[in-house]
Design a protein around this ligand. Sequence first.
Ligand code: NAD
Length: 365
Amino acid sequence: MGSRREILAGVGAGMVLAGISGRSVAAPSRRIGYAIVGLGSYATRQIMPNFAGCDHARLVALVSGTPAKLEQYGAQYGIPPTHRYSYADFDGIRDNPDIDAVYIVLPNSLHAEYSIRAARAGKHVMCEKPMAVSVAECSAMIAACQQAGKKLMIGYRSRFEPYNRLAIDLARSGHVGPTRLITAEHGFAIKPDQWRLDRPLSGGGSMMDIGIYSLNAARYLTGEEPVAVSAVESTDRSDPRFRTVEDRISFMLRFPSGIIANCISSYSSNHNGYRVIGTQGWIDMEPATPYAGQAMSIRKDGVTAPRTLPTTGKNQFAGQLDHLAECIIDGTTPIVAGEEGMADLRVIEAIYRSATERREIRIGA
Ligand code: NAD
């Protein structure tokens, strides 16, 4: 059932549809089957309900350490007991031909281990952001997927969200003139007592979790890789939430074309927005990267106006799930492959180093 030849045979019999990234994708005779690993908040509230809006992906298996969750969500989504796994049984997915891809939605420091085990079990991998907690782990994940001949994609959902896609097109095409500056701010007031505040599980504080949206936006809005970073951190270590991870980081990225991005990451204040400032105006997104409700306004030649898009069509979650499925079906590379996740981690490592050493860090030098 799950072999590439059979999938492709199904493709031949299917009709041609428009893919999320604008290309045509043949509809397979069956959808790409996903196993979800980690039945926490994001998996159960955002990812699993959105398979309903997919054209090429379906939920076929669940992996959790909690039998009651396997029972509850198994019953809710019609996943039979044969397709429910504990972490101890995880490698048994190898023998389940209904599972084509595995979606890792675990705490950050478990991403590398489960991605590598999934690839070794012969499955394609979707992994949540941050891809891992170090560049070295990212590199091992990429190598494991390459060796297994499997795709690796990172859960950068904003790349499948219509307003962010429009912002990328407008910014890169110079709609408000060539980009000179970008500001990007992401943060929220974090509640105590959770894995995000425990460094061995999170790999870091706000930067790994929410500041990564500011960084990723600066990279996707420019289409460039930063050459240098300067960062300042401020953390009240007497606050019980911040015993092992950082609270706020302000960081500045310098890009090869001369664009400067001023970015904020915070675990103690609310932010969600970015602005692309060009020579003739700006493109503003606030909020920019929530699950829904993006708002854009554009100032050009002295006139400011909101920009709205139709609300119909696939949402970012279904778009993301279908994108990996399309890549598996037609043998192409995801637009947010492992290299994209590793590029963010490379900058995050430089941001932490800059904050610690109190100097600008050159990247890739
Ligand atoms: P969560 O705490 O709600 O869920 C984590 C799950 O992992 C839980 O079900 C927990 O039981 C399980 N788990 C397995 N081993 C564990 C261990 N050793 N310690 C703690 N938990 C363990 O977290 P979440 O918000 O669902 O986040 C999970 C991942 O998804 C993170 O990497 C996070 O960055 C990412 N995420 C992404 C988005 C997005 O918009 N792309 C949003 C939220 C979370």
